[in-house]
Design a protein around this ligand. Structure first.
Ligand code: SF4
Length: 392
């Protein structure tokens, strides 16, 4: 798929016309799997279903009911499915309802039981020179990227790209991807000779995003995750000493696009599909190990052969939605003019579209897509009502 072509994205809305199970998301997922011809495509394949099985007490990840529909479809098509995720999540997956019994297939750590099975791919990007792809993921012959849509403190949002680019890599590479934010310098201590002012800059951040270096108290580190680009620190910092630059934020997203490209390069063409489940949308990612209140409406299920299009479509559908401000954790500040709802939560430089943009530039797909609703809503027609009063 090149960037000038139009991709198909199949969509099932969370909204129901009628109170019937066939209009609910799991059944719409079935229709999407049919449209993607999953059964015809997986015969004889070893199928890695890459998903995030959550952590600790999180319960807003992709529900086992959805995973089971995917697993059953693969089995019916003659494929050999397994679910995979990073090792720590797999070890506790049963506590959140993910077992071989509930899902219908085994759950494996992507790097094997001891994390020692991985493949090194050499590619230079900022602080990264090698990328370690989980061995079981690379060994599989067919990929199903089954992602949960949610907010993310590093880049605004997590979807198909994020699920693959972080979750498909081993721990050292995941850490290095997070460190790309720090590659371009942002703190220039020579422009701030007064130590008391350094203390004031650090104290000015209400989100504890700025910290002193343990070994060199004149060095400041910016934790990009809690930074919502509110600008308070810039008011305290002498000119030229501290920079909050969008390029630092975008580096993480470019690294995610490269990472996904590397993972996808291990699969033959047409041997990967991408599913985004946009429900139970929390402000931060599933790695946090808990579920906070849902901050956006239920959207639906998306499926495509194009990773760029499937993320772009989910973001476009969320774009006009109102953030449930009353559901946001009190420590988060909503910025109503920051752009996309995920930018309103995480700041304007955490543009959720960047990863799809970088992915398109790398030739992974197209941001032009045709959205095909697999079960369009039909409004039931009723005769005019003559409501009976509650009390006579
Ligand atoms: S911009 Fe705001 S959130 Fe970011 S480090 Fe500065 S004070 Fe903290």
């Amino acid at each position: 798929m090149n960037s000038t072509e139009t991709s198909k994205v199949y969509f099932g809305s969370a909204r129901q016309g009628r109170l019937t199970s066939k209009e609910t998301l799991p059944c719409k997922l079935d229709l999407i799997l049919e449209k993607l011809r999953i059964r015809e495509r997986v015969k004889g394949e070893s199928v890695a279903i890459k998903m995030h099985v959550g952590g600790h007490v999180g319960y807003s990840t992709v529900h086992p009911v959805f995973v089971r529909r995917v697993v059953d479809a693969v089995r019916e098509g003659g494929g050999k499915p397994f679910v995979c995720d990073i090792i720590g999540n797999c070890h506790t997956a049963a506590q959140r309802g993910y077992t071989a019994e509930t899902l219908g297939c085994p759950i494996y750590p992507t790097g094997g039981p001891d994390e020692k099975h991985f493949y090194i791919h050499k590619r230079a990007y900022k602080n990264i020179s090698e990328w370690r792809v989980g061995g079981l993921l690379q060994d599989a012959s067919f990929l199903i990227d089954l992602a949960h849509i949610k907010g993310h403190p590093s880049c605004g949002f997590g979807g198909a790209f994020k699920n693959l680019s972080l979750g498909g890599m081993m721990g050292p590479t995941r850490g290095a991807i997070h460190d790309t934010n720090h590659f371009e310098p942002y703190w220039f201590p020579e422009k701030c000779p007064d130590d008391k002012i350094i203390g004031k800059i650090i104290e000015s951040c209400p989100f504890n995003a700025l910290v002193r270096d343990k070994n060199n108290p004149r060095e400041i580190h910016l934790h990009y995750e809690p930074c919502n680009q509110c600008g308070r620190c810039l008011k305290a910092a002498p000119e030229g000493s501290l920079f909050i630059r969008r390029e630092n934020f975008w580096a993480f997203q470019e690294a995610c696009a490269i990472s996904a490209q590397i993972v996808l390069s291990t699969f033959e063409q047409d041997k990967a599909i991408f599913l985004n489940i946009a429900n139970n949308i929390t402000p931060v990612c599933d790695c946090f190990g808990f579920t906070s209140m849902f901050v956006l409406p239920e959207i639906g299920v998306f499926g495509s052969d194009d990773i760029v299009a499937v993320d772009a479509a989910a973001l476009d559908m969320i774009a006009p939605c109102k953030v449930f401000e009353e559901a946001l954790p009190l420590e988060m500040e909503l910025q109503p003019n920051a752009g996309h709802p995920f930018q309103m939560m995480h700041g304007p430089y955490k543009d959720p579209y960047k990863v799809a943009e970088y992915g398109e530039t790398l030739g992974l797909g197209s941001r032009q897509y045709e959205l095909v609703d697999v079960l369009p809503l039909e409004k039931p027609r009723h005769a005019e009502a003559a409501y009976i009063p509650a009390s006579l």
